[in-house]
Each structure stands twice: as C-alpha cells, then as structure tokens.
Design a protein around this ligand. Structure first.
Ligand code: GLC
Length: 744
C-alpha cells in the first residue's frame, strides 16, 4: 500500500453545467456550442462520479491512438494546422520560453487558448487538452502581468506563507489567460552558483527548498488540483539532482552516492508529492552518468513507488532526444523513456513522428499496454481533478487579475522581504528622503534586467520589456523631492555634492545553460567602470546588486559603504526603495553561501570553506547597523573539539504493510554550535532499508546514523532532520541516543 498522499483526497470539481459534445463517429465533430445543458450522456462525463470511475469509463472507450495522443505534448507554434490537435488527439499543448501571441496581452492569450481547446473538444470523446507554460515568477510570458521575484529572492524571505500567496496570485493570472498548468516550481537545490539556473532555486539547502513547497498549494489549492477556482496544475521540477551537477554544468552529471542524492535533492520532491503536486518534470541531467529521462529506478521505483507519486511525469523539452547522444529521437529512445516512467512526452515539434514511433513500440511489444494505460490514468486523473471536462475554456473572471494592483502590491512586499543587507558601514542606510542622490548603473532603470530570464521570452532581455516600476522610479517615488535625484547610467557627472551614490549593477538576463559561468563570476566591465567613477567622487557608494546568484565581489567590497542583494526582483522595484529608505527594515537572509572567490565553487553551508558571507547572513537597521566600518569578515577560530549535547526524536511519517518511514530530528541542546552528530538505536526485529540526510552503519543489533558533510553544522538550539525507511513494525520506536561534537 502506498503511503497516503493528499492526492488521495483529490477533489473533483463538481460541475453545475456540462458543456456537452454531441457524440458522433466523425473526428471532425464540432462541439455543439448551442447545445443546452443536459444530463451527462456517459459516465466519464458525470462530474458526480468518483474520478477513478470516470477514468475507468473513459479508458474503456479510448483507442490506442486516443491513448498515445494523450501522452503527446506539442508546442503551440508547431501545431499546423491547429486541427491537428483533433486529428492526432493531442492531449497537451505548451508554450515554451519563447512562445507568445500577438498582440501580447491576456485577452489574446485567452482567445488563443480557447481556440485550441475547442479543437480538442471536437473529437469523438471530447477529451480536453491541458495547456502548460513556464509561469515561474508570474504569468511571465504575458505583457502586463505581475512579475514576482525569482525563486532565489523568495528563498531569502524565509517566508513559506508569502510564497504560497504568490503561487495563488500567479494561478489567478495564469488562469485568466486560459492556461491550466505551470511548469513550476523548480525544487532544485542549487549547490554550485556557476549553474545558469541558480536563480530558479529557492536555495542551497534541502530544508529551505522543502519549506517553499507551499507554492504548490498556492498554484493548485490546498486540497490539490481543482480544489479551488483558478487552480492550475503545478510541476515539481527537475527531478532529480539538476542543481547538483559537477561544476554546476546545466544538464550535466550529478556524481553523488545514493544517500547524498536522497539527502540533498529528494526532500523537496517528497514535500511536493505529499502536497499532491499534479506533475513532475524530469531533469535533463544524469545521475552518475545515467540520464534521468531513462532512469527507471529513480522515476518509477523511487518517485512513483517509494514516494507514492500518483500524478504524471512529463519529460523536458525534447529531452527524450538526448538519450542516445544523437540528434533527433528514435523508437528506442521513445520506448526507453516511456518504460522508465515518462507519462507525457514534451516532444515538442515532430508530434506525428513521435506518435508513429510509440504506436510501433506498443504494437511490437516493447512498450506494454499496461504502461500506456497507467500513463493515461495518471494524465486523465489530473484533467478530471482540475475540472477541465466541466470547465474547459478560460474563466474570463480572472483575466482582469493580470497585472492587478493587488498582485503588484503583493509582489512589492515580496521584493521588500527578499532584500538581503550584506554590508552597512557606518549606518549609511537607510537613506534620508531629503538626501541629494546620484543613481547610476545599468540596472537602475531597466525592468528587463530586474526580471531576468523567463520574462516575455526564454532568455529575457534588457530594456523596457513590460510595465513595472524600476528601482530608479521607486527611488524617485520615495523621496521628498525627485528633482534631488540625478540618474546617469555610467556615473558621468557625479561630484562631491551628493549625499550618496546608489549603483544598481549586476547581471543581464539569461536562462538555463546560457547562464552557466564556468569562468569568472565578477561584475562586468561597464559596472566596474561605473563604480570607479562613483568611488573617485568620494561620495559614499551604496551598491544594489541585481543578479541571479552571489557574485565574486570581495575585491570591490571595501570601496562600498553598503551592499544590498536585490536578486531578480521583477516589476516592482519600489520594494527595493522601501528598504533603501527604511520604510521596510531589511529582513532577508542569504539563501546561498556567498563566495569569497569564484575558485571556491561549490561553496555551501557546513563545508568548512571560508565564505565572504555565510548562508543565512543578513543585517537589518537599528540593532544590525554597523557603528564602524565593516571589517572584511575573517573566519572565527574554530573552538577546540569537544562534546556537544543533542537529542534525537523519531516520528513515523508513513506506514505500509510490513514497513514504515520515519523522520528523526536532531536538536542541538547545548550552547555551542555542533560540527557533527551521531544517533543510535536498537533495531530489535526491524531492518533499516534506506537512509537520507545521514550515513547509516549497523552493528550488534544497533543502527547508527551520523551526519553528512553538509549537515553536521547545527547552531545552538537548531535542528537537522534525517529520514529512513525500515521493514518491521512502526509501533513503539525506541528513542535514539544522540552524541554531538563541537569544533573541528
Ligand atoms: C526548458 C526547461 C524547463 C521548461 C521546459 C519548457 O528547457 O528545462 O524548465 O519547463 O523547457 O519550456
């Protein structure tokens, strides 16, 4: 029996009226738009029946082509003519990062969606298609939408409830454009800042990323897909280990033992599964040389079996093509991916070839019909759960939420809470609203730079790409007299008459591998030249860093009086100004360890490296303001090794016949940080089958689990958790003993 998940309580949206399709044998049947609501003709169309019954009935009516079509996802712009949706029974359409409509606005997106959906509804069984898009920090393909901070900034807020509210706001805007499914959240644990997708991660620790799985409830609703109006299907991605590749190479190779793979990269996916996430997208990357898209153990045995994921697995964009290392895709790659556990293939272009190849693989027995039926069951369960059969077209009531004042206010709050104050020498911040300010830097007045990749296009771009408030505009709106704010991008014209100079610098937009930084990780020449001009004026320099990751800035830091990490804030730059002028005290905490040098990468909490700013660092005003110049942080001498005190508490998290899963929380009950811990307990008749977040040894009838390299450090009063599965009874678990160590 699989561990219960929230999906077990999947709520089918009960329809008040059913848009009924007159069933004909012809594939070209058009929905009888004028059909008056009438009793459901067939069981699968009856929203009062349990979802499983509806799925059973529908599956019994589907041909092999119907079923293969449901497993096929094609890019909107590749479907020519649009009637191919009906002809080939396509179950899903997507817009990739560069997908757009013209004119680009919410109404056009909704009209486009409805037109494509009506094609799907015109098929004999009238199975609605599900439309997916990368709404990763807002309905970010739609001009005029609210663009929220990218995940790295949301991780800095340490506010899961806020992130859930953001998920809900994004779901409303996405629903207003017709789209039913977002390829978000990325639950990647970014372990090497060289990775071009670092900004898509909530942070470098499994705990922080796991805590932000609340966004799944925001997207879908607390009761799972379809449990609230404007529910959109969420996607936990990219399973598994995308953020742990060697050298941070995008789509690279994650070289880890299974215990550490489970420890670092699995917990966020477990959290998403337990919240009823409807889909999981696989990673392009490999685990110890084996591509995830062909990894049956990780996809079927671990994700679907052990974790009990009962949604559907979708491939990444043309990722199946990569399995044999050659361009294009083959029958062997198609069957390998589908047999590994891929339920829906993001083809995304040659859908006719894909359908033909998969049909061939089924007919020759290399893909069993049971796999096809399982994939369809998973996909259809989500479509029924979302209420697509009852409400297949855009809910226009939500179209007006796109870019709404309410959502922009929420985004501004998120921007405020995501700012991390790293340095504040002499309390130069907060700035006085009466100050005479010089603002410079390429990102001071640039919504495109503030938003980063996945904004209006795949890679994003600099410039005025969508309506919003730049940092400069936010500053001018905040001060008493805007005429006392001078802006010159390059710093030309600054003199000693200014109270302070604010330099908004950092990275220009990028996405995925194009953002990999295998070499230097410092500021570009324009920024360095701008900063040199500001420094030469003798005016105190406040740096606002707009970037998708920590940058290598240790050499320049002494010249800066203050440093504020703004990450990629999106359209509401007023939130940055709120912190600069003290309308909001900075509360953000680093989601990533900040390197002292790029040569330190990867650098993460607990690895013993000498960081410029540690994970969790963040100053505030008042108590946190530095009365004196900030000395460059030097490593505090590690105290001599000694005993530490800790407790270990075991809690059963799920059970099945003959076995169970437990989480063990280790708490530092002493007054000095632990640098290591070890727990131990009598096994009795039980046998431990798996451990994550810890290293297991068994001897003399006792199990001992010790910390891993990355989670030995536990602050006084802090906790760390590891988990295990075991055969045997979950009743009467012994209380593990705990031994802590401090110092090296
Ligand atoms: C991309 C990304 C993935 C995205 C997909 C569809 O290559 O890896 O995150 O969801 O394609 O755009």
């Amino acid at each position: 029996m699989r561990p219960p998940t929230r999906r077990g309580r999947l709520t089918a949206v009960l329809a008040v009226t059913a848009a009924l399709i007159t069933l004909t044998g012809s594939m070209s049947a058009q929905p009888s738009a004028a059909a008056a609501p009438q009793a459901a003709a067939l069981p699968y169309q009856d929203a009062s029946l349990p979802v499983d019954d509806r799925v059973d009935d529908l599956l019994s009516r589907m041909t092999l082509d119907d079923k293969i079509g449901q497993m096929t996802q094609a890019d909107k712009d590749a479907i020519v003519p649009a009637s191919d949706i009906a002809t080939y029974r396509l179950g899903s359409v997507l817009s990739g990062g560069d997908g757009t409509v013209s004119p680009n606005n919410a109404q056009t997106w909704a009209d486009t969606y409805d037109g494509l959906q009506r094609q799907a509804l015109g098929t004999p069984l009238a199975i609605p298609m599900i439309y997916g898009i990368d709404a990763v920090h807002g309905a970010n393909a739609v001009r005029g939408a609210t663009i929220f901070p990218h995940n790295i900034g949301l991780g800095a807020t340490r506010d899961p409830a806020l992130v859930q509210r953001i998920g809900r706001a994004v779901a409303e805007e996405v629903s207003g454009t017709g789209v039913d499914w977002t390829f978000a959240p990325c639950l990647c644990v970014a372990r090497n800042d060289r990775w071009g997708r670092t900004y898509e991660s909530f942070g470098e620790t499994p705990e922080l990323v796991t805590s932000m799985a609340t966004v799944v409830d925001g997207f879908q609703g607390p009761g799972g897909p379809g449990s609230v109006p404007a529910s959109v299907l969420a996607t936990a991605k990219h399973y598994i280990g995308d953020g742990g590749t060697t050298n941070g190479t995008d789509q690279g190779n994650t070289q880890l033992g299974e215990a550490e793979l489970r420890a670092v990269h699995l917990p966020p996916f477990k959290a998403a599964v337990d919240r009823g996430v409807g889909s999981v997208m696989l990673s392009y990357s490999s685990w110890n040389g084996v591509k995830l898209h062909g990894h049956k153990y990780l996809v079927t045995d671990l994700l679907k079996g052990e974790l009990g994921f009962d949604g559907f697995v979708v491939s990444d964009w043309a990722a199946v093509d990569q399995l044999d290392g050659q361009t294009g895709f083959t029958a062997e790659e198609v069957s390998k991916a589908v047999n590994a556990g891929v339920d829906m293939v993001m083809v995304p272009h040659d859908y006719k070839k894909f359908i033909s190849l998969l049909r061939g693989e089924v007919n020759n027995g290399r893909v069993p019909m049971s796999r096809i039926d399982d994939a369809n069951r998973r996909i259809l369960t989500q479509k029924f759960g979302l209420g697509l059969f009852e409400k297949p077209l855009t809910d226009r009531a939500y179209t007006s939420t796109v870019g709404s004042a309410e959502h922009r206010a929420l985004a501004r709050q998120a921007v405020r809470q995501s700012q991390v104050l790293l340095k504040n020498e002499g309390g130069v911040l907060p700035l006085a609203k009466s100050a005479k300010l010089f603002v410079a830097g390429k990102s001071a007045d640039d919504i495109g730079n503030m938003s980063g990749g996945w904004t209006m296009s795949w890679q994003g771009r600099s410039g005025d790409i969508t309506p919003g408030t730049t940092v400069l505009e936010g500053i001018r709106e905040s001060v008493n007299d805007p005429s006392r704010v001078t802006f010159e991008r390059y710093g030309n014209g600054i003199d000693g008459s200014y109270t302070a100079a604010v330099a908004v610098v950092g990275e220009t937009p990028y996405a995925e591998g194009r953002g990999d930084r295998p070499g230097a990780m410092g500021l570009d020449q324009e920024d360095l030249q701008t900063l040199a001009k500001l420094k030469a004026s003798g005016v105190p320099v406040v740096v606002v860093l707009v970037s998708g990751r920590p940058l290598d800035i240790a050499a320049q830091l002494p010249d800066w009086r203050a440093l504020l990490a703004a990450w990629l804030p999106g359209t509401e730059g007023g939130g940055v100004a709120d912190v600069l002028f003290g309308d909001h005290r900075p509360t953000g905490k680093l989601p990533m360890t900040w390197m002292r040098s790029a040569s330190q990468q990867p650098i993460n909490q607990g690895d013993g490296k000498d960081a410029l700013f540690p994970y969790g660092h963040g100053l505030t005003y008042g108590t946190g303001t530095d009365p004196t110049p900030t000395p460059t942080p030097t490593p505090t001498p590690t105290p001599a090794p000694g005993p530490g005190s800790c407790t270990a508490t075991a809690k059963v998290t799920s059970t099945w016949s003959g076995g169970f899963q437990a989480d063990v929380t280790v708490r530092n009950t002493g007054t000095t940080p632990l640098t290591g811990w070890s727990t131990s307990w009598d096994l009795g008749s039980r046998t431990v089958t798996n451990v994550w977040n810890g290293a297991l040894t068994t001897a003399g009838g006792r199990a001992t689990v010790r910390n891993l390299a990355w989670n030995g450090g536990v602050a006084a009063g802090g906790t760390v958790t590891f988990g295990y599965t075991a055969n045997g009874s979950a009743d009467g678990l012994p209380v593990p003993s705990c031994t802590g160590t401090t110092g090296t």
